[in-house]
Design a protein around this ligand. Structure first.
Ligand code: PEP
Length: 252
């Protein structure tokens, strides 16, 4: 089955609004493969301005985080409607930095997933293991538990709308990348788990992105793996030329 190919940029807490606009403009001025869905997740302060800028039909905006309430007294948080009305259609949920620094649990992330789906935002749901878990050999079980505890209550139809990002924590921002074989092993295990949960047809349509020091030099080999449908890219997405090369790294 033909799955969407996605290159998603996570700018994290980088760039001023002016710098973000310049980066977006620089990226849009480059040749980008129109078959790749490009998702730019800038700081939320930038989304509205970027949504007014010219871009290709394959370019979308996403938020890096969202609070799982519709509105109310949650100082400093962003609701799904705020995100939507600012011009974003995607939202990253459960990035390892949120899990670690803000203690976001699998159950709390399920609430975020629920609200995102209710409001028609496409969640990029992150999972990943630390180096200790990878070294102990329990990485597959760990990832499946993360997904199980967040996905259990959802209908097949809902889960069919989710994008998953597998991001080994030991490879995020470290320059160390999972080998294409390590990525494929985990992506296949995730897809097999999804097939049990929602059936093969839906599981085969769910994009699973790899994240962790993706660069122009390693993107095509990683994206060439059967169950890898693209990448969630941090550092290399802050350079327009590097990210354009990553966007253009899909073979067909
Ligand atoms: C990320 O934070 O999602 C990420 C993958 O970062 P980097 O590409 O810098 O490792």
């Amino acid at each position: 089955m033909e799955r969407k190919k996605i290159a998603a940029a996570n700018w994290k807490m980088n760039t001023t609004v002016e710098e973000g606009i310049a980066l977006f403009k620089d990226l849009m001025a480059l040749e980008l493969d129109a078959r790749t869905e490009v998702v730019i997740c800038p700081p939320s302060t930038h989304i509205y301005s970027l949504s007014k800028m010219p871009c290709g039909k394959n370019v979308f905006l996403g938020a890096q985080n969202m609070y799982p309430k519709e509105k109310g007294a949650y100082t400093g948080e962003l609701s799904p409607t705020m995100i939507q009305s600012s011009g974003a259609t995607y939202v990253i949920i459960g990035h390892s930095e949120r899990r670690e620094y803000f203690n976001e649990s699998n159950v709390f992330l399920a609430e975020k997933l629920r609200l995102a789906l209710n409001y028609g935002l496409t969640p990029i749901f992150c999972c990943g293991e630390g180096l200790d878990i990878r070294t102990s050999g329990n990485h597959v079980a760990h990832i499946i538990t993360q997904l199980k505890e967040s996905f259990d209550e959802f209908s097949n139809e809902d889960l069919g709308k989710v994008v998953i990002a597998y991001e080994p924590i030991w490879a995020i921002g470290t320059g160390e990348t999972a080998s294409p074989q390590q990525a494929q092993e985990m992506h296949k295990a995730i897809r097999d788990y999804l097939a049990q949960l929602v059936g093969e047809e839906i599981a085969n349509g769910i994009p699973i992105l790899y994240g962790g020091s993706v660069k122009p030099a390693n993107a095509s080999e990683i994206f060439g793996q059967e169950d890898v449908d693209g990448g969630l890219v941090g550092g290399a997405s802050l350079d327009a030329r590097s990210f354009s090369q990553i966007i253009n790294s899909f073979s067909s």
